[in-house]
Design a protein around this ligand. Structure first.
Ligand code: MLT
Length: 390
């Protein structure tokens, strides 16, 4: 046995771990955290109620539950399937695998393939890259930039038989893939025997009629896997629940990926707790939906206000309206690291240096809008001052 030397190739720590280590030495008093996208609003009441009822059921012999089914309880899968139907995506319950969130969902799918070439945007959610580096996979980068409106297309892409990562709304850019562009990607994937790994963790932030799921696109069932999470709209970052969707019709090298993933989950995953799944299912009730939407609207409004301040200060911000993240080139030719230090040391604002989202993003920066209105008011004042003083 030898050590997996791929860890050496990660190029340092995971960006959010690095930032939180840095914060250990900082006085927390008055600190405004706009770094990692972590919820600050409490769990909506209908969800708390549902979890509390489930907890009480676990306390009685008659209703106690042991191991949950590895792919999730039927009640949650039905609720997810019905929600997808409402947004125009027709998926079956058997295509759903409930898990503990998007990050592990994204990593576990890699078990299905060998000799992977991963197609990953620059910038992108850093876990895509890390998961592939750790496994020693080949990586091909597509650049999201002003020329392609920050939405890469498959035009001129010579690869086939690859794993294509698409996140919409995108983290960190906030850009949303339209129906036509997604159809182009789906056609490309079907033609080249590739698989799209569609990350819809931020789909509830879509305010236009852009697709919320890859399964709204004809042809997606034969080339796409979707990963979703309750974290960013149902305040689940601390509870952990998400799901993977793999249609039964999806085959690769003659094998059913749905069956392979079911076998993978049966062997390596013992399911998500009953209490968590009951809590998650409440999101799909009328009251739960309303509460989750309120949460999303709250963070979207924060993002709008932060963007306005940055724009007012002359910063070139991506003009997105469907995301809790704000992505921009650092003012005054500063590097992301330097801007991070400047904001933290002088204004007690924590952001995320762009370099964490791809090595060519060193001059970029991401602010997250996951903060309370109280912190938002302070952040706006401090940001205005910060930009003026550069
Ligand atoms: C982010 O800030 O990009 C994410 O919330 C971090 C994560 O989901 O791991």
């Amino acid at each position: 046995m030898s050590i997996n030397n791929n860890f050496e190739r990660l190029g340092g720590e995971y960006i959010f771990a690095k930032v939180s280590k840095k914060l250990k030495t900082v006085d927390k008093n008055g600190l405004i955290k706009l770094g990692i996208g972590d919820g600050v609003l409490p769990l909506p009441k209908p969800l708390v109620k549902s979890a509390a009822i489930a907890a009480r059921e676990m306390g009685k012999t008659k209703t106690f539950k042991g191991y949950p089914p590895a792919s999730g309880y039927g009640f949650l899968k039905t609720a997810i399937k019905d929600y997808y139907r409402r947004i125009g995506a027709y998926i079956s319950e058997d295509s759903i695998f409930v898990n503990d969130g998007a990050k592990s969902g994204l990593a576990s799918i890699l078990d299905l393939f060998d000799n992977i070439t991963a197609v990953i945007n620059v910038p992108s959610y850093p876990a895509y890259l890390s998961a592939n580096i750790i496994r020693g996979n080949k990586i091909y980068h597509l650049y999201a930039n002003a020329q392609n409106n920050y939405l890469p297309t498959p035009d001129g892409l010579k690869l086939e038989n690859c794993l294509i990562y698409i996140c919409s709304p995108d983290n960190p850019t906030g850009e949303v893939y339209g129906r036509d562009l997604l159809k182009t990607w789906v056609d490309f994937a079907n033609k080249t025997r590739s698989i799209i790994l569609f990350d819809s963790a931020y789909s509830r932030y879509v305010t236009t009629n852009a697709p919320k799921s890859i399964f709204e696109i004809p042809g997606a069932k034969t080339c796409a896997i979707e990963v979703n999470s309750f974290s960013k709209f149902a305040c689940f970052t601390g509870i952990r629940c998400g799901f993977v969707i793999i249609d039964e019709a999806l085959t690769f090298c003659g094998k059913s990926l749905n069956k392979l993933f079911a076998a993978r989950q049966d062997a390596l995953f013992n399911g998500v707790s009953y209490i968590t799944q009951k809590c998650a299912a409440a999101v799909f009730t009328k009251k739960g939906e309303r509460a989750a939407q309120k949460t999303v609207d709250y963070y979207l409004d924060n993002a709008r206000q932060l963007k306005a301040v940055l724009k007012g200060g002359g910063v070139k911000v991506l003009d997105t309206t469907n995301s809790p993240y704000i992505w921009f080139e650092c003012p005054d030719d500063l590097s992301g690291e330097a801007f991070f230090d400047y904001l933290l040391d002088n204004y007690k604002i924590v952001g995320t240096p762009g370099g964490g989202f791809g090595k060519d993003c060193k001059n970029y920066f991401r602010l997250s809008a996951f903060c309370t209105k109280k912190d938002l008011s302070l952040a706006k004042i401090r940001l205005q001052k910060a930009l003026k003083s550069l």
